[in-house]
Design a protein around this ligand. Structure first.
Ligand code: URA
Length: 214
């Protein structure tokens, strides 16, 4: 598992601003910080993909370079992932994209919940590298349900899951349920609370990016 904050970098500032109870009230800055984090994680992921030797004609000569063998498919779980996804597509600008509407259904008496899904648009995923993008990896249930639903679009060759902030419970769950997935996260937090929010986390990423919902 890759954890961006295992090494210090400027990305620590983006995460600190996402978490900061005052700075996160500026929704434009919140979205921008998620986007910047998406760009950094996409860059880190790009180092692990397959490249092929290619020639580029410059005005003076031919330059030898290694370019991506295949473009990944960026899979975004609405709605909090949208600004994070923008960061990924800024880096993988030729990627195909899939969108999934998955959200927490009604909470039961013990605060547990089922994941509801009502929208899925995806290209063919056969033999592709897919990057599942969700800024908050809490229980991992939405990611699992999304991945299972995607499999009817073909079996990918490589599965990557990327989150800004993750809880250990969600990581363990996904490692058990999708052992083939590689995880790239920016920060690993302490735990989930009784409402399955990440602690210390940052609160509700969707609300902070796009406002309250009913
Ligand atoms: N989704 C969020 O937006 N925040 C959490 O802490 C967990 C899931």
């Amino acid at each position: 598992m890759f954890i961006l904050t295992s090494n210090n970098s400027i990305a620590n500032h983006f995460i600190a601003e996402l978490r900061d109870v005052k700075i996160q009230q500026d929704s434009m800055r919140f979205r921008k910080n998620l986007e910047r984090l998406g760009e950094v994680l996409a860059y880190e992921i790009s180092k692990t993909l397959t490249y092929e030797s290619t020639e580029v004609q410059t005005p003076l000569a031919v330059a030898q370079t290694n370019l991506l063998f295949n473009q990944p498919v960026l899979v975004t779980i609405l709605r909090a992932s949208l600004p994070f996804h923008q960061g990924f597509i800024n880096v993988f600008d030729k990627a195909e994209n899939a969108f999934i509407g998955a959200y927490r259904g009604k909470h039961l008496a013990d605060e547990s919940f089922e994941v509801e899904m009502d929208y899925l648009a995806s290209p063919d995923l056969t033999d592709k590298t897919i990057i599942l993008i969700d800024p908050m990896l809490a229980t991992g249930k939405s990611l699992l349900k999304s991945y299972q639903a995607l499999l009817k679009y073909g079996k990918p060759a490589k599965v990557i899951i990327s989150s800004a902030i993750a809880a250990p419970e969600g990581i363990t769950f996904l490692q058990e349920q999708i052992p083939e997935a590689e995880l790239f996260i920016a920060a690993l937090d302490e735990c989930l609370n009784e409402k399955y929010y990440i602690v210390p986390g940052l609160g509700d990423a969707g609300d902070l990016a796009y406002g309250l919902k009913l």
